[in-house]
Design a protein around this ligand. Structure first.
Ligand code: SAH
Ligand code: TMP
Ligand code: ZN
Length: 408
């Protein structure tokens, strides 16, 4: 018997549908020789029987995840940098055309979005508790507040800077279990006719592609249109638009407004009808997901063990936060994958959490090339395969495990 879990948003009963067991903090890369006292928690995921929000059952304290040493830098991906530049340009032509507009970003990281706003001379503020990332944003000319966005910081910002015409966030709202406080903060800060726009990985893509590695400590919520609509209404707002995005393996950009301020678009009804028809949050969908996840794990481990038995070399590519779940749930060890390459300076020379597989700079990849590369950063496949095309030209093969285990 497991304990009955309550929804972090509506207090409804949450039905667990997958347990990944003991998992480390996904972005807690370790110094070699400092692997004692590593923090672990139970990574299990369930769906609320009342509001349909998919969520983790255990919460990692936020200061353990987001602090000075938080290594993720959005700008490591050229593709994502271009994406956020386009996002900024679009806002500059739509939401930010009034007299002295003001935009706040929750989770501004290294300034990947706001630097374009800053260059345009538009009033802005990035809020991010990870001081390393915030420092990088400041260097890029972005005005930042090194802090967690929540009700109290939002009230401060409103008092100092006035109302925000746009509050934007990407790949951050789903990281925040205390989302009620975020909505109270948005309520305190947002101009009457302003919008709160956020982009997050989409549950339908995660379930549909068996992208189980999208489930890790930071991804506390896995949003669907239905669950976000319910959440917005619960906190006194309205979902007025939704747009599918081809980033991070499939995401949705949600637009939230104060009730009655904007006319909801047809896209929302289309999404809702599709989610309904697909039975997205029905038990059968999660049962299928659980079966598919176990098959991916078994197929991947069988392939890696066979390659090793055949004397083939395999190197990991992209020490992503996602890879923490993939590696530790599947049981991938240093014997099977002796190291992983990653372009992030703060990850290089360190050990991946849980597995303690070493991380090296991408220059180690072709020195010499392995026979196979296991692509942990599968959401950046196009960019990485283009960058590393010599690997395939020289006979190397990529191993992918989403939506199933295959070699290209
Ligand atoms: N928006 C960027 C960064 C996403 S990583 C992108 O899409 O690539 C998530 C970021 O959210 C991290 O930089 C983390 O420090 C930040 N974060 C976590 N909790 C937060 C909070 N309560 N308020 C503001 N930022 C937060
Ligand atoms: P993400 O999937 O959470 O965005 O993380 C991607 C990781 O992959 C990040 O650590 C940076 C790394 N990376 C590379 O090493 N090379 C690349 O070309 C890209 C795009 C990412
Ligand atoms: Zn709920």
């Amino acid at each position: 018997m497991t304990d009955m879990h309550r929804c972090r948003i509506c207090r409804g009963v949450v039905a667990e549908f997958f347990d990944f067991g003991r998992q480390p903090i996904s972005d807690a890369f370790l110094e070699p020789g400092q692997v004692e006292n590593e923090f672990f928690f139970r990574l299990a995921v369930g769906v609320c029987q009342s509001c349909t929000m998919v969520q983790l059952l255990e919460e990692v304290p936020r200061d353990r995840m987001f602090h000075h040493g938080y290594p993720y830098r959005s700008s490591e991906s050229t593709f994502m940098s271009k994406h956020f530049e386009q996002v900024a340009r679009r806002f500059l032509e739509t939401e930010l055309t009034g007299d002295d507009p003001f935009v706040v970003e929750i989770g501004s990281n290294d300034g990947v979005m706001l630097r374009t706003v800053s260059e345009a001379g538009v009033r802005h503020l990035g809020v991010d508790p990870s001081s390393g990332a915030a420092g990088a944003a400041a260097t890029a000319g972005v005005r930042v507040r090194t802090d967690f966005f929540e009700e109290s910081s939002a009230i401060d910002i409103r008092a100092a800077d006035g109302p925000a015409h746009l509050i934007f966030s990407a790949n951050t709202t789903s990281h925040i279990p205390y989302i009620d406080s975020i909505f109270r903060g948005v309520d305190a800060l947002l101009a009457d006719d302003g919008v709160f726009v956020f982009e997050e990985r989409y549950l339908a893509d995660i379930i549909g592609q068996t992208a189980f590695d999208q489930i890790y400590d930071e991804h506390f919520y896995l949003f669907s249109i239905r669950s976000v609509q319910n959440m917005a209404e619960r906190f006194g707002f309205q979902l007025v638009d939704a747009e599918h995005l081809p980033v991070h393996g499939g995401a949705v950009r949600y637009t939230i407004a104060r009730p009655g301020r904007r006319k909801p678009t047809r896209a929302i009804d289309d999404f809702l009808a599709r989610e309904e028809a697909d039975g997205l949050t029905e038990p059968a969908a999660f049962e299928r997901f659980a079966t598919d996840v176990r098959k991916v794990r078994d197929d991947l481990m069988a392939l890696l063990r066979k390659l090793r038995a055949d004397g083939r070399t395999v190197v990991g590519y992209g020490a992503t936060a996602k890879s923490a779940t993939a590696v530790n749930y599947c049981g991938i060890t240093e014997e099977l994958v002796p190291f992983a390459c990653d372009s992030t300076p703060a990850k290089q020379g360190k050990l991946m959490p849980g597995s303690h597989i070493p991380v090296r700079a991408p220059s180690a990849f072709g020195n010499p090339y392995p026979d196979y590369a296991l692509l942990f950063a599968w959401n950046h496949a196009e960019e990485i395969m283009l960058k590393e095309r010599e690997f395939r030209d020289s006979g190397g093969r990529w191993i992918l495990y989403v939506p199933n285990v295959h070699v290209v």
